[in-house]
Design a protein around this ligand. Structure first.
Ligand code: C2E
Ligand code: MG
Ligand code: MG
Ligand code: MG
Length: 281
């Protein structure tokens, strides 16, 4: 029995390594193909204004399709794209695509809906990033305030010099800068004061834990308070239930995002979806 399970676990272990290798190579191939064949797509997830219950902005979330299978998750392919040095190409594609979408929404019910794209920390080290973003907005006849960028807390910890300058330029031009997954890293709130930031997106886990115990509830409240003291817009992610919605509204969060309101969807579904919800302005 013991011998057998030992053997099994060895088998499992080696095949696990192989799986991971195969997986890595597969994703690498997939990304290369996707970039050539236009198999990338942006999905959009509404961010709701908790004051009036209407759509305020939406987050652009990248999907990678291959044939007719389910899309591959960005949590899988983004880290690999970073390792392969493909992240700048992909990132530029996202910027371009988001601007084209904003342009396409002009004159429709979605024209005042800002699009927030996710940036990888790697992209910030490119000293032309801010120029590229502002130029792309300009080329599409868009105002910088129609775009936002999100960077995870872990990626902004320790940014300095040139990277801060990139963020400052974007913020001064009117691009909204959000710290994503806030609370998962180890930055202090004091540190935030020195960053050119406009919004805090509180990580889902805080919300989920706050529903379960009082000390986590106190932490959630404290983050919201400090965020507001620093004049930041406070956004909460991962709202899935009515109870969570009531809680974040009561605590004074400004914006909320989550499956309760809408799942990420292709651009083509947005107008119908908004009209159904009565969100179309
Ligand atoms: P993120 O920026 O924190 O995005 C939020 C993630 O939470 C998305 O996962 C979204 O689908 C998911 N989500 C939204 N509402 C709920 C909810 O109510 N419950 C739960 N359980 N999840 C919810 P997704 O689309 O798989 O993206 C994962 C991560 O991949 C993103 O996390 C972001 O860090 C990264 N990512 C996505 N698109 C891009 C991109 O274009 N560029 C870069 N660099 N990273 C991206
Ligand atoms: Mg994000
Ligand atoms: Mg997040
Ligand atoms: Mg995340």
């Amino acid at each position: 029995q013991a011998k057998e399970s030992g053997k099994n676990s060895i088998c499992f272990y080696t095949s696990d390594i192989n799986d991971r290798l195969v997986h890595y190579q597969e994703v690498t191939e997939l990304l290369r193909r996707a970039l050539d064949a236009d198999n990338l797509q942006l999905y959009f997830q509404p961010q709701i204004d908790l004051q009036d219950g209407e759509i305020h902005s939406c987050e652009a979330l990248l999907r990678c399709f291959d044939g007719n299978t389910q899309p591959v998750s960005p949590s899988v392919f983004i880290p690999i794209a970073e390792k392969l040095g493909l992240i700048n190409r992909i990132g530029d594609w996202v910027i371009e695509k988001a601007c084209r979408q904003l342009k396409a929404w002009q004159g429709t019910a979605l024209e005042r809906v800002r699009i927030d794209i996710n940036l990888s920390g790697r992209q910030l080290t490119n000293q032309h990033l801010a120029d590229y973003i502002l130029q792309t907005l300009y080329d599409h006849d868009l105002s910088p305030s129609q775009l936002g960028v999100e960077l995870t807390e872990n990626e902004v910890i320790g940014v300095e010099g040139e990277q801060i300058r990139q963020l400052k330029r974007l913020k001064q031009a009117g691009v909204n800068i959000s710290i994503d997954d806030f609370g998962t890293g180890y930055s202090s709130l004091v540190y935030l004061r020195h960053l050119p930031v406009c919004s805090l997106k509180i990580d889902t886990n805080f919300l989920h834990h706050a529903m379960e115990n009082e000390s986590d509830m106190a932490i959630l409240e404290a983050i919201i308070t400090v965020g507001h003291c620093l004049d930041l817009t406070v956004v909460v992610e991962g709202v899935e239930t009515d109870d969570q919605h009531r809680l974040v509204k009561e605590l004074g969060c400004d914006l909320a995002q989550g499956f309760l309101y809408a799942r990420p969807m292709p651009a083509i579904e947005m107008p119908v979806f908004l009209a159904d919800k009565g969100w179309a302005k």
